[in-house]
Design a binder for this molecule. Structure first.
Ligand code: EMZ
Length: 390
């Protein structure tokens, strides 16, 4: 018998045809066109070629849709290039590996257990705003090593710091984050030597023989807040939707908890919470035989690469215990996601907790979040996902 279709847990691949052709498709983005690179091999190759494909001079230009009109603060290390990038990254690399520690994992398990308690007591909820957003914000307090109460303020900012319901590019909205960060940096600067949070860590850091400026610290913090926000929220929401449609996979993990690490990789491959990331060509170049003019943009389409049949067997199926899984959901090369260890731990702990404690998840209503890129319509998650859980 063919598997029953679960409309809410299906994330189709809109890129198949274009990837099969030359694997490049140009789309317009606010008058600044982007050549989307779709095939796994070319995405990796272009991501690897950081000399040709760089971050560009204008903050926000490598984000697609471009954020050049809504912000002028550079996010660090993401919007820098070597050698600067290498040195900035070295200042934060170890900090962002803390999630791998036992204590961190235990604290995360505790936090996620409380979120599940809340959900199971309520019996029904809207996952995006009542579960994924608070979970993402509260988990972020661990990454920053700051007081748990801070999360309550961040939850009020909604699912994205640069987007609102009214405006997909809302520069004004970001001011609440910027003002908050100015406040926090000033607070931490009063006691940088004994402070234990990420602000204090950055205030103590030495960069090229000097201290980081408040502007640079803010650049790191904005990335920490913005980069892991809608992406983690989508990943958490999509994970619940998936297991609602595939209880047999959750059962398999319950019987075999060490499977959860593979399940995380497979689910993030399939969902690809971030569709793509742009780069600016430093010189005339070529990708897959297609010319890319200097100072124009390409995008590395992680979502398309993750479904490339040349690399993944049955790319459009979730194989919860998939073994080799070179997906690109956390990027590739020198800019690969700094928050990946944290995100992976959040999802692993969540999946184990769901397997352990949840008997049924039933979707009662869903409103898909579909992104439009030229002719491509891609489901990235949900605006709303109502479930009953027991
Ligand atoms: C940028 C980006 C980083 C951007 C890894 O992605 O995430 C987006 O959600 C933000 O809008 O500014 O931080």
């Amino acid at each position: 018998m063919p598997a029953k279709k679960c409309p809410f847990s299906e994330f189709p691949d809109p890129f198949a045809k274009a990837r099969e052709a030359d694997g490049i498709r140009e789309i317009d983005d606010q008058g600044d066109p982007v050549k989307m690179v779709l095939g796994h091999r070319n995405v990796r190759k272009s991501a690897h070629d950081w000399k040709t494909f760089q971050s560009g001079a204008r903050p926000g230009r490598i984000v697609v849709p471009s954020e050049v009109n809504i912000r002028d603060i550079r996010q660090i290390p993401f919007e820098t290039d070597p050698p600067e990038h290498t040195e900035y990254r070295a200042l934060v690399e170890e900090w962002f590996r803390r999630p791998l520690g036992e204590d961190y994992e235990a604290a995360l398990a505790d936090l996620i257990d409380k979120e599940l308690d809340r959900a199971l007591t309520a019996g029904a909820m809207e996952v995006v705003h009542d579960f994924a957003l608070p979970l993402q914000s509260r988990a972020l307090t661990l990454l920053l090593n700051c007081p748990a109460e801070e999360a309550e303020r961040w939850i009020g900012w909604g699912t994205h710091v640069f987007r609102s319901d009214e405006d997909p590019l809302d520069g004004g909205k970001a001011n609440q984050l910027y003002d908050y960060l100015d406040e926090q940096i000033a607070r931490a600067a009063q006691d940088p030597t004994s402070g234990k949070d990420l602000y204090a860590h950055l205030l103590r850091a030495a960069y090229r023989g000097r201290k980081l400026t408040p502007e640079e610290i803010k650049g790191v913090m904005i990335l920490t807040f913005a980069g892991g926000r809608d992406t983690v929220i989508n990943a958490v929401t999509n994970t619940l939707a998936y297991f609602a449609g595939h209880p047999e996979d959750l059962k398999q993990i319950k019987e075999n908890p060490e499977l959860s690490a593979r399940a995380v990789e497979e689910l993030v491959r399939y969902f690809a919470p971030l569709t793509h990331m742009g780069r600016v060509a430093t010189a005339d170049a070529e990708v897959s035989g297609c010319p890319v003019a200097a100072d124009t943009r390409i995008s590395l389409c992680w979502a398309a690469a993750n479904r490339d049949p040349a690399v993944f067997e049955k790319p459009n199926e979730v194989i919860i215990d998939r073994k080799a899984n070179p997906h690109l959901s956390f990027g590739f090369g020198i800019h690969k996601c700094l928050g990946a260890a944290h995100a992976r731990q959040v999802l692993k702990v969540l999946i184990n907790a769901l397997a352990d404690r949840v008997k049924t998840i039933e979707v009662t209503d869903h409103d898909d979040n579909i992104e439009h890129w030229g002719d491509f319509d891609r489901k990235v998650g949900f605006h709303r996902l109502r479930v009953r859980m027991s």
